[in-house]
Design a protein around this ligand. Structure first.
Ligand code: HEM
Length: 508
């Protein structure tokens, strides 16, 4: 009997110790697992519908505008549901900076849509890669080989030729069709694409035979395949992005659209690369980005090199055009701003053609460039990021696994930060007639922190000198009805309808 009661006491002790250990371990473990942030409040949620969440509310293809409206109701940071995926949206400069700089180590990976996964060959671009060794290698390459200050000095002649060509074509227009509106985009886009090709391959091209397609493409067709179709593809929507658990269901029309664009782009890039390699004996510029990558990044595959070179072509061809076209539109609309800019240029350049070296001495030109970046944020939404560990933003808990969208357009339309944000008003950067260089970065147009735009210098030089020279040489006026044409299109706030303006030469 004593033996049995001994056993039951012992058993009782073992069981209670076991329960205690399990309980204690659980308590200890969950405490340990509870990050320092989990006591913070969760981000506010924008109400949506069961299953689809907020998808219906986002059906107009300008999510940055809808996000900005919601920020007035739900605050600068909130969460939405896109089908079964949640997305945290940041709409103020403070929260955006926190995500891009202070909390960057916890939010350094990218989350790509199905379309972008294909078009970027699974993150093989600098701009869409995760923050890893690949990113460090290719960002070093793009800065040293093309976009850093020294490389941009070496590429100066391309920019000089661009501006002379644009000037000559506009001048020819005034000679042959005075008082007829000019399509500024058609001229500027064509020249920018030329710079993009020269930087990439050391030369412009008129046409190319693409063996994989069995056809010869004209320069316009090359532009369509490398730039236009890619911009269109980047915003193509696959409904499976919103319901990843249904990814096993085929979406044939989406897949064939994207694959076709992707394959044509690679075929054209391969043809251009081959053409350059066959041509290496000729006197073309050998300081081109393709040669730089081939020499400096030997661990990369040929497909990665093709994508990295293509990246510089699409980036050079698009955002600088968007900014310059909107700036000229606003100048043509605001004659007083145009006059003030012209006077500033004349007093600094003393009748000579404006030069890049003079840009720092032209505060009003800088102010209006940055005001254009603010109002028209050429990259309104930064590619989506992903929190790989618990963190916080704006005093809210951001659990690991959250997807985060940074709405730069929303930051720049924030009424708490900007007086009358809807107005284009360069003087906001010229308080008391002076401007502070640091103020210009308040727009966050180029991002911030470790993923800051690599092309900011090139874009500022090209857009700055183009705006300055075009106002120095011509008076710009909008045609009737043009003021209403302010709609945008696509991923980068491009003007929906090309700017149509009347230009008059200022001097013979
Ligand atoms: C006005 C013109 C431009 C604007 C407003 C702009 C804006 C931006 C923004 C917002 C980012 C994202 C930052 C982030 O993910 O946090 C970015 C990244 C980038 N941009 Fe630009 N960009 C412009 C022109 C250019 C040009 C002309 C090039 C190259 C030719 C370029 C190359 C890049 C690259 C390579 C990145 C990725 C940097 C990285 O992830 O480390 N950009 N840009």
């Amino acid at each position: 009997m004593a033996f049995f009661s001994m056993i039951s006491i012992l058993l009782g002790f073992v069981i209670s110790s076991f329960i205690f250990i399990v309980f204690f371990k659980k308590l200890f473990f969950s405490r340990n697992n509870m990050s320092e942030f989990s006591t913070l409040p969760s981000v506010p949620v924008v109400p949506g519908f069961p299953v689809i969440g907020n998808l219906l509310q986002l059906k107009e293809k300008k999510p940055h505008k809808t996000f900005t409206k919601w920020s007035e109701l739900y605050g600068p940071i909130y969460s939405i549901k896109m089908g079964s995926s949640s997305l945290i949206v940041l709409n103020s400069t403070d929260t955006a900076k926190e995500a891009m700089v202070t909390r960057f180590p916890s939010i350094s990976t990218r989350k790509l849509s199905n379309a972008l996964t294909v078009l970027t060959c699974n993150k093989a671009m600098v701009a869409t890669s995760d923050y890893d060794d690949f990113h460090k290698l290719v960002k070093r390459c793009i800065l040293n080989g093309l976009l850093g200050a020294n490389a941009q000095k070496r590429k100066r002649h391309y920019r000089d030729v661009l501006i002379e060509n644009v000037y000559s074509k506009l001048h020819a227009h005034t000679r042959d069709h005075l008082q007829e509106p000019v399509n500024f985009r058609a001229i500027f886009e064509n020249e920018l694409f030329g710079v993009a090709l020269k930087q990439a391959f050391g030369k412009d091209v008129e046409s190319i035979y693409v063996k994989e397609l069995g056809e010869t493409l004209s320069r316009d067709e090359i532009f369509k395949v490398l730039v236009h179709d890619m911009m269109e593809g980047a915003i193509d929507v696959d409904w499976r992005d919103f319901f990843p658990y249904l990814k096993w269901i085929p979406n044939k029309s989406f897949e064939s659209r994207i694959q076709q664009k992707h394959k044509r782009r690679l075929a054209v890039m391969n043809a251009l690369i081959q053409d350059k390699q066959n041509d290496s004996e000729s006197k073309q510029d050998d300081d081109c980005y393709l040669n730089f990558l081939m020499a400096e990044a030997k661990t990369l595959t040929m497909e990665q090199i093709a994508i990295l070179v293509w990246e510089t072509i699409i980036e050079t061809s698009d955002t600088t055009l968007v900014t310059t076209e909107w700036a000229i539109y606003e100048l043509a609309k605001h004659q007083n701003v145009q006059d003030r800019l012209f006077k500033e240029i004349q007093s600094v350049c003393e009748g000579e053609k404006i030069k890049e070296e003079q840009l720092p001495r032209l505060p009003y030109l800088n102010a209006l460039f940055h005001e254009t970046l603010r109002k028209y944020s050429p990259a309104p939404l930064v590619p989506i990021r992903y929190a790989h560990e618990d963190t916080q933003i704006g005093g809210f808990h951001i659990p690991a696994g959250s997807e985060i969208a940074i709405n730069i357009y929303g930051c720049n339309m924030d009424k708490k930060r900007w007086e009358r944000p809807e107005e284009w008003w360069p003087e906001r950067f010229m308080e008391d007639g002076k401007y502070e260089l640091s103020d210009l970065h308040k727009t966050m147009a180029f991002g911030a922190g470790k993923r800051v735009c690599a092309g900011a210098l090139q874009a500022s030089l090209m857009a700055g000198i183009a705006i300055g020279r075009l106002v120095q040489e011509f008076e710009w006026k909008l045609i009737d009805g043009e003021e209403e044409n302010v709609d945008t299109y696509g991923l980068t706030s491009q003007k929906l309808y090309p700017l149509m303006a009347i230009i008059n030469p200022r001097r013979s």
